[in-house]
Design a protein around this ligand. Structure first.
Ligand SMILES: [Zn+2]
Length: 127
């Protein structure tokens, strides 16, 4: 019948993540720096990083040079303070730095998280 996805459980701890929208980040036990998918704390170099669940809200930030293959990948500054490159699901004219986004689908192994624009963007209301 209808499959909601091809996610394979196991890579991420699935306590209450049936919806597949749980994005885990890491917080350093020593300096409380937040980061994403690192082995070491970028600030103090500690390996004592504990996973924490993000609320999934953030703001698109300015990106540097990108390839055509990365055209819809943007760095998103999440509310918890870490930055993660996400695939942004929205009309291209509305996707720009400063726009608020919300997590739509969390990262599976080897894939990027997907975010959606928070504000409704009228397709015909712009010049
Ligand atoms: Zn640290």
């Amino acid at each position: 019948m209808f499959h909601t996805g091809l996610r394979t459980p196991g890579a991420v701890r699935t306590e209450e993540s049936a919806a597949g929208t749980d994005l885990y980040f890491q917080r350093c036990a020593w300096c409380h720096t937040t980061t994403f998918q690192r082995l070491l704390c970028p600030t103090c170099g500690s390996t004592d990083l504990s996973p924490q669940l993000s609320e999934g809200e953030g703001v698109i930030t300015v990106r540097r040079a990108h390839t055509a293959a990365d055209a819809d990948l943007w760095p998103v500054h999440m509310a918890e303070g870490f930055v993660v490159r996400c695939r942004v699901d929205g009309p291209p004219h509305a996707v720009r730095p400063g726009v608020r986004v919300k997590l739509a689908s969390a990262a599976d192994t080897g894939r990027r998280p997907v975010v959606r624009l928070c504000e409704e963007v009228p397709l015909d209301g712009w010049i």
